[in-house]
Write a protein that binds this ligand. Sequence first.
Ligand code: HEM
Length: 154
Amino acid sequence: MDTIEGIDDERLEKLVERFYARVRADDALGPIFNDAVGDWPEHLEKLTAFWSSVMLTSGRYKGQPVPAHRKYADRITPELFERWLGLWKITTDELMAPDAAAALQAKAARIAESLQLALFFKLPVPSQPAKAAARQGPEPAFAYSSSMVRNGHG
Ligand code: HEM
């Protein structure tokens, strides 16, 4: 991927710092993060590495976002994702050049969608005849792979 003008590790670090300061102060998101994260400097470093991998293909992040979020699935809702993306928009618009902010927002929206599919999407349990038909039927038209998120192609 071509790197986008105005995005480098130093700016990503500042962005991540400002964003999580906002998240921690948020009435709805704050408690989840404050309960989950014991070592904030480490979390911020990890998230800077994540965004560096996603936007600059630096390969700095080694982790698995889906299991990390699944641990808190009973507390996370689609509305909270909207809120997360809203704070991300405010912070990226504030700190980044317009094209860089737009690229960061688009990427976050796609990853948020992948994460939500992984957390919330459940196939309905098919009835017996439907199961039999499915065995003979075509391949499903849709398949989700959590590696999309792991690899930053979310
Ligand atoms: C409602 C929205 C979200 C909530 C409440 C949430 C919450 C959390 C929490 C509590 C952790 C810490 C996990 C732990 O250390 O035990 C975490 C980690 C993380 N989050 Fe989120 N998150 C949200 C959305 C997102 C989105 C949209 C992205 C990416 C665009 C993202 C990327 C990450 C990454 C990369 C980690 C580190 C995972 C690891 O340990 O390797 N999160 N998140």
